[in-house]
Write a protein that binds this ligand. Sequence first.
Ligand SMILES: [Zn+2]
Length: 669
Amino acid sequence: MTNPLLQDWQTPFELPPFEQITDEDFGPAMDAALEEARAQIKVIAEQADIPSFANTIEALEQADGLLDRVAGVFFNLAGADSTPAREALQREFAPKFSAFSSEITNNETLWARIDDVWQRKDSLGLSAEQERVLYLTHRSFVRSGAALKGEARSQLTDVKGRLAVLGTQFTQNLLADERSWFMELEPTDLEGLPDFVVASAHAAGKEKAVDGPVVTLSRSLIVPFLQFSPRRDLRERAFKAWAARGANGGETDNREIAAETLALRETRAKLLGYPNFAAYKLETEMAGRPEAVRDLLMQVWEPAKAQAEADADVLTSMMHADGINGDLEPWDWRYYSEKRRKAEHDLDEAALKPYLQLDAMIEASFDCAGRLFGLQFRPLDVTLYHEDARAWEVTRGGEHVAVFIGDYFARGSKRSGAWCSAMRSQKKLGGETRPIVVNVCNFAKGEPALLSYDDARTLFHEFGHALHQMLSDVTYGSISGTSVARDFVELPSQLYEHWLEVPEVLEKHACHSQTGAPMPADLLERLLAAQTYDMGFATVEYVASALVDLDFHDGAAPSDPMAAQAETLARIGMPKAITMRHATPQFAHVFAGDGYSSGYYSYMWSEVMDADAFAAFEEAGGAFDPEMAKKLETFILSAGGSQEADALYTAFRGRMPGRRGAVERAGLG
Ligand SMILES: [Zn+2]
């Protein structure tokens, strides 16, 4: 009996041998990998040699190589293509992984060695990168509770174990709610919908094994439906189902999970000596303190709200002119906003869409990377984990750089949103390891698949993260690629979105799906001019979510998060016709794990930098200025977490950005 996950992979680029891997292989492979990692840690901790960087810190970097490899495959599949068996494995392994990481933190012999190396760091002749890795390892042990004793230590271990279970449950509940709801459409319900929405609704029906078109809760389908359907009753039904995800009562309800999570996070922070979870979490971010986050968010909030309220008045009168009295509701906003966009900017999303073919936009993202960094992309004929996923070999000057996998279409087995992950990260320790990087999106299918402008921006965004992984050039895996502060990690991704706005990019790649004609110049001009259209709405739904996230963690944990959410929204004066981009029961950023908890502000924090960073290109001679591209690669994209984020940014730009960037980019003042 051989387990393909535990063998050497004799495949092109050592890709995981997906066609040989079955769900039954994951459990035994992860158990075996955990055992091997444990054995290696034991050797490191209990060796007789005097602690050194090599026998302790470097050895730790390599101790979980097999585990990384197996878990890298598993967690990618669990997010992008889940099955009941994979969901059961996630539930089984979340506490096992948590226990394993607590075991490492609580290993006193190991901690004594790390602390000893740290105390003697100045006499060890370390390189800058080694010193950084030592600093981060030491810090991460301290922040995980290595210096705690007795009761406090075991309490922290229990808390972390329980949090891991809750995070998994939260994600699975959300996926279950998103998967189970759909609304069948009668032929008359399709009236007024553009062809691409009808086509997506049919494709979604097929996926749900329904004979006819349906609306699902996938953002790429429900948002265009809300934009275009003149049927207010159907919009209301769909919107309410969308808003109710994770709050439908019964087994998949996330509200209790959110409350318990927040309480446990507070306990965790206090055990470690912090007044609350936000103080703990933000200590290692660029922002540093909750007050700095609040300042930035409130600076943007007031102008955004004013803009949204003015917009709401316009949309309300449009609705009244349609003979519908009463208040503008959240299911009305996108519909009237779309009408207004057509009227005021002469920009019709339905007319625009045929020019934004998925394949052409992928090509556009590759083309920009070619011009900026000399990267080339060659399609690979390999078997992946799902027939919709595709792979490319990325090279530069004939040299292999990475394998890039794009998995673009929505399906019931995929969690919502879009993300980038590395199935294998770049590092040089123990031999050059080149990365396998995955972009996962939830675009609606079609023949051909067409994107909205927002979708195209998402594609560029995730590809920016992918570049951060693919161009990584560090020795140690723990600081590779996107292993940077959370409020810095969105810089490469948001920065890359700017290249979609460079007129020559769409001029070249945006061709009509039927006629092949390039996008007419005036349409392109109107599209670019309407960049900040409805930014009041977008900023309000985002900042409200970020403020609720911050309030949840900056102070005592609320016993009733839904009530606390309502309080925050009332305090900031949330416009009535706009809801949070992610309300608590579906706020996976915050509750599916620790990643973005008290960190949802990170997008805006990075936005201050991305506007300033792109301006550096414009000042230097244009979007494809080779010298700036070189600097971007050297100081940011290849540097991973080898230095503090502000040092990296300053090396790239010569200074830190001013604070006004986010407000200005949103066209809010
Ligand atoms: Zn991102």
